[in-house]
Design a protein. Structure first.
Lengths: 115, 156
């Protein structure tokens, strides 16, 4: 099971923010699934098992925040590419504002420096 | 490398574990999930220079099928979870009650507000606390009216 079961707050935080991290990775360019999953997996503490990103990608697609297209690959089978939609972009910008306020608010209370 | 792609057996075994773990998912969601994971592992195993160890690492990084299925089962955090608007707290009974307690006090002293309070206490929309407040607000006018009526008698 999840190694962070003993830290439920971290699990909740991850659950609430990961979809916006996916949208942020797609902000400038479309990406194919493996590339996206690898990049998320490479950021420390963000994803515990890479496979859980796939249900998230399906959900974002169902909610109209990303779209998918197939493209041929030079090195292997065709790849499914993910691209952010206008609605996904709006969602990301709104979250970015909320997040910076939220982060600052929490930091004000929990950091020791300057107190 | 043989004719088979690298790590085919490990991939097949992992996919069948995932299929079993996802038995409780709606069929379309399960087949989409399996398809995505299959594509992921196909991509890894068919890339130039793929090794068996690399495929095993990729499987390991994908994680426990049960955890992936659990992520698929999480509720959508989209518009579907928006709570319905609460029902209006103003039905006909509540409107009549307020009318009787205010305008009614002038038109029909004592009778008006009394009927208003009865309506208020019959209301299913208002809480006991709100009904008690209404009663307390009206109570002084009853006292005042009672005193006015009793005044001539007291002077005797």
């Amino acid at each position: 099971m999840d190694a962070d079961d003993t830290r439920p707050a971290l699990t909740q935080l991850r659950r609430g923010t990961i979809e916006f991290c996916v949208l942020a990775l797609l902000r400038h360019d479309e990406r194919y699934a493996v590339d996206l999953v690898r990049e998320l997996g490479a950021v420390d503490g963000l994803v515990t098992s890479e496979g859980t990103v796939y249900p998230l990608l399906s959900r974002l697609r169902r909610d109209g925040l990303v779209t998918t297209t197939w493209r041929e690959s030079e090195s292997g089978p065709p790849r499914r590419y993910y691209r952010i939609t206008d609605s996904g972009g709006r969602s990301l910008r709104a979250f970015a504002d909320d997040w910076s306020r939220f982060r600052d608010a929490v930091d004000t209370l929990i950091t020791e420096e300057g107190r | 490398m043989s004719d088979n792609r690298t790590g085919d057996e490990a991939v097949a075994s992992y996919l069948s574990r995932l299929e079993r773990a996802g038995a409780g998912l709606p069929p379309d969601r399960r087949s989409e999930l399996l398809q995505q994971i299959r594509e992921h592992l196909d991509e890894v195993s068919s890339s130039p220079g793929a090794t068996e160890a690399g495929v095993l690492t990729a499987i390991d990084r994908l994680g426990d099928p049960a955890v992936i299925v659990a992520a698929e089962e999480l509720p959508t955090a989209g518009p579907a979870t928006v709570s319905p608007t609460p029902p209006s707290r103003w039905g006909p009974l509540e409107v009549i009650s307020v009318a009787l307690l205010t305008v009614g006090s002038f038109l029909l002293p004592v009778v008006g507000p009394t009927a208003g309070l009865v309506c208020a206490w019959l209301s299913r929309q208002w809480t006991h606390r709100e009904k008690a407040v209404a009663t307390l607000l009206v109570a002084p006018t009853f006292l005042l009216f009672g005193l006015l009526l009793a005044w001539p008698l007291l002077r005797l």
